[in-house]
Design a protein around this ligand. Structure first.
Ligand SMILES: [Fe+2]
Ligand SMILES: [Fe+2]
Length: 372
């Protein structure tokens, strides 16, 4: 494993005196995070001082001094800003306290809870500094980021509960994005997601932005542009139902894992099938962005004129977005390298559209890679 990968995984302490709880939590968090489990507050404080983590998760019900390590950190100037999640506290929805006088944010979550709730809370706390910087952005770009990240949370909650998505809310969250693209104000959006910890959100918002810029430049307007933006945001919804350990694996997927990863498209189909009001265009983007013109894609192996312009655009943009994203297992490629890979894919992609896409993005002057 390279240094780069070691550095990019957030370091998380789990402080809990019940071994079963520690191991359950570690199982949920192991892959995308560098997890250290600790069974008592004394050791926790010692380790916190020795090598401070990015976040601590602890249980309110600990027999050995309750959440003592939380209160000890609040009196220590070097440690007071470390965010905490306290499990077993509160009696309703997760609640975050961000009172500056008390130091870093603390999220209280009632138990029993779900893996999704914990991961969402972690990603929110770890991304707090990034999201705070959005306040400084011009209105449209700020609203795009704030509304879409909030919407992503609602989508993820609905998926976990097996409920239909609220299509209207998803579309509304993309209205500022469409306006930002119409007025060529999107650099702050593409820059603003850098360092955010919800990878599927970062990827989906970048795809929504690139697709909208692409569509706008080739003359799409109104509802068509709205479809590109919402379709981009929703294109990988099935990943919210894909196991985190496969989604965030630090390395090549094996023969068992790869079909599960590819299964995110089928998961998207199931989710969209139970969602009334999904437009045909959004369905095409979600269900056909992994197809290829020569029939070598998945899940259906569609080819040639079975794939319309929307499908062809989304497969190009999705690959470009994935190549220029930063993941724990790979750096973000610079745009020239990503464009060269798209051109090498030759008859798998519509090369006429690849050429247009390259021209559009290069002319936009936007930050095209998370490495920029
Ligand atoms: Fe996908
Ligand atoms: Fe994707």
């Amino acid at each position: 494993m390279s240094d780069r990968i070691e550095r990019s995984a957030s370091r998380i302490f789990i402080v809990d005196d019940t071994k079963k709880h520690r191991e359950e939590l570690r199982g949920v968090l192991a892959r995308p995070f560098n997890v250290v489990t600790i069974e008592d507050n004394e050791t926790a404080i010692r380790e916190l001082r020795r090598a401070p983590p990015d976040l601590v998760i602890t249980m309110e019900t600990m027999q050995t001094g309750g959440t003592g390590c939380l209160y000890d950190t609040r009196n220590d100037t070097k440690l007071r800003n470390i965010p905490f999640i306290v499990l077993g506290a509160g009696d309703g929805e997760p609640f975050t306290s961000m009172d500056d006088r008390d130091g870093g944010a603390v999220t209280f979550i009632k138990t029993p809870t779900s893996k999704n709730t914990i991961i969402t809370a972690m990603s929110g706390l770890l991304s707090h500094a990034v999201e705070n910087d959005w306040e400084e952005l011009p209105e449209l770009q700020k609203s795009t980021l704030q509304q879409t990240v909030k919407e992503f949370q609602s989508l993820s909650d609905a998926i976990e509960k097996g409920e239909p998505l609220d299509v209207q809310a998803a579309e509304e969250s993309c209205v500022p994005l469409v306006e930002a693209v119409n007025s060529h104000e999107y650099d702050g959006i593409l820059d603003g997601v850098k360092g955010h910890h919800n990878y599927t959100y970062v990827h989906s918002l970048r795809i929504a932005t690139f697709l909208s810029i692409f569509g706008h430049t080739i003359g799409m307007r109104g509802d068509d542009l709205q479809t590109l933006a919402s379709g981009g945001l929703l294109h990988d919804v099935g990943k919210m139902a894909t196991p985190q350990d496969i989604l965030n694996k630090n390395g090549k997927l094996d023969d068992r894992e790869w079909p599960v990863m590819q299964g995110h498209v089928e998961q998207s189909r199931i989710i969209l099938d139970r969602t009334p009001g999904i437009s045909a265009g959004v369905r095409i983007i979600a269900l056909q962005h992994h197809e290829k013109i020569d029939g070598s894609g998945y899940p259906l192996g569609l080819k040639d004129n079975e794939l319309n312009e929307l499908a062809r655009m989304s497969m190009i943009v999705d690959i470009f977005g994935a190549l220029t994203d930063e993941r724990s297992y790979k750096p973000a490629f610079p745009p020239e390298k990503a464009f060269a890979i798209l051109e090498d894919l030759d008859n798998k992609l519509d090369q006429g559209l690849v050429k247009v896409f390259r021209g559009v993005l290069e002319d936009s002057g936007a930050p095209l890679s998370l490495s920029d």
